[in-house]
Design a protein around this ligand. Structure first.
Ligand code: ADP
Ligand code: MG
Length: 463
């Protein structure tokens, strides 16, 4: 670490406080306080900013989730900065900094036997609407539904774990909640724990901080059914992975049921240790496919049926929505809710015209949504290469660079994940996509022509 002149140090302090402000605004108080507030400015090393983090665990988490963003934001206030490095500097005493996270619980007092209220809440609350009864079954989710139902009905796991995966808004969380509801109604004595992978991690950090990992372990290991949602967020954090893995094994050994969800298959989970990845695939792996028109229409009909007493929704309107809102069930519900809200609040009858009008902005945004294929086509045209080269294995710079630009734009302009993008580029690995994105980010910073190209393409794609 080199010593900077005093004024430079002051500048960096100032930049750091600006960056912190932006991070807080972007990620919100809770995430900021949990993950980012413990960072402190360690100094500079050439053009790299050194940030200190109190634990290895935090370092891994921040590196995986925030480091890129910190670098980008920092470059906004000081374009000379080339990167951010995270160093573990254990905090021995922090006189003026009271902990910003939840305070540690008091030492456990021996609780009277059977006093369940003394047990801290480790799971997350369940959504009352997410039951099996309210889940519309169709060809894309039939297998997932059957597997979830089976898990809820049998006391001895038939497959362990049940691994549900699929794109956002397709019903993974709904099915997990439904399992929990059904088990609760059948046998209230069975302990069902449902929580997001993020909450699992958060609790683990808390336990580490409070030197209370024993209680953490016991809490999770006492579950009869453990459901962890969105485990793609666990990738990369060695200590939590380790803990997750142990909890997992202990529960499986004791014959308890585990249900896991993720936005991709076990083999596509990045940053997960191989033995964990393969262990996750041991049970039953089921994917929920994107919705079909029929399923969308049925879901809408079911939802319309539930509120039929209050508002009448013509079949033509439901068909219109099912045809136009194709992304996922969450957006479909959102569109229906908007129409219903308008009808009940303003007392307007629901018609096709009215639906068009209310959803105008949504539909327009929808039409403007770019696909990876469009990006590839535009980029290929722009650089005068063949569309087939977006998928080809050719590595010549003249085709490799445009391909990287297309991957970069795909990440920026579509909601697709890295593995999904990789697949559209001739079945490339997600790490290749990640590398391409990094490369283009780096080049953009030093190559104004490339930067201009990308801006032009972005404008073209957004119409
Ligand atoms: P995911 O967890 O896969 O992102 P969710 O389970 O949160 O998706 O589903 C998004 C919304 O769509 C929820 O409100 C859920 O109740 C609803 N939903 C998804 N699939 C169905 C279905 N097959 N039938 C009824 N509602 C559904
Ligand atoms: Mg979910």
């Amino acid at each position: 670490m080199n010593l900077q002149p005093k004024s430079a140090a002051r500048d960096f302090d100032q930049q750091w406080s600006q960056v912190r402000g932006m991070l807080r605004a972007e990620f919100g108080e809770t995430a900021y306080n949990t993950w980012l507030a413990p960072l402190s400015l360690g100094g500079m090393e050439g053009e790299r900013v050194l940030l200190s983090v109190p634990t290895r665990f935090l370092r891994d988490w921040v590196a995986a989730h925030y480091a890129d963003r910190i670098r980008v934001l920092w470059r906004r206030v000081n374009p000379r900065i080339s990167g951010v490095a995270l160093n573990v500097v254990p905090v021995t005493a922090t006189p003026l900094a009271p902990p910003k996270t939840t305070p540690c619980p008091p030492d456990p007092v021996p609780a009277p036997i059977g006093n369940l209220a003394a047990e801290p809440e480790i799971g997350a609350p369940l959504d009352a609407r997410c039951t099996f009864e309210n889940f519309v079954v169709g060809q894309p989710n039939r297998l997932a539904f059957a597997a979830a139902k089976r898990v809820a009905e049998v006391a001895i796991p038939a497959f362990n774990p049940l691994f549900l995966y699929g794109g956002v808004g397709l019903g993974k969380t709904h099915l997990m909640h439904a399992i929990a509801w059904q088990i609760r109604s059948q046998d209230a004595a069975r302990k069902v724990v449902y929580l997001s992978a993020e909450k699992f991690m958060y609790q683990f950090v808390q336990a580490l901080r409070c030197k209370d990992t024993l209680r953490f372990k016991e809490l999770f290991r006492s579950a009869d059914v453990l459901m962890v949602d969105d485990v793609q967020f666990i990738g990369g954090k060695e200590t939590t992975q380790e803990e997750f893995f142990h909890t997992f094994n202990t529960l499986v050994d004791r014959g308890r049921q585990i249900v896991i969800s993720a936005d991709r298959s076990p083999s596509d989970l990045a940053g997960l240790e191989e033995r964990i990845r393969s262990r996750l695939g041991w049970g039953l792996v089921v994917d929920i496919h994107p919705t079909t028109y029929e399923l969308r229409l049925e879901i809408l009909q079911a939802k319309a049926g539930m509120i039929a007493d209050e508002v009448a929704i013509p079949e033509a309107v439901l068909e219109f929505l099912a045809r136009r809102i194709t992304s996922n069930v969450r957006e479909l519900e959102g569109a229906l809710n908007r129409i219903v809200a308008q009808a009940t609040l303003v007392g307007r009858a629901i018609t096709l015209d009215m639906a068009h009008e209310i959803l105008q902005d949504l539909l327009r945004a929808y039409e403007r949504r770019v696909t990876i294929e469009e990006i590839q086509r535009r980029v290929a045209e722009h650089y005068n290469i063949r569309m087939a080269d977006m998928q080809s294995a050719r590595r010549a710079r003249a085709v490799a660079r445009p391909r990287q630009v297309a991957m970069y734009l795909a990440k920026q302009l579509t909601p697709r994940s890295l593995p999904e993008i990789g697949r559209k580029f001739g079945g490339r690995d997600h790490t290749t996509v990640m590398y391409a994105i990094r490369k283009i980010e780096e080049l953009r910073a030093i190559d104004p022509l490339l930067s201009e190209d990308i801006e032009t393409l972005r404008r073209l794609l957004h119409g």
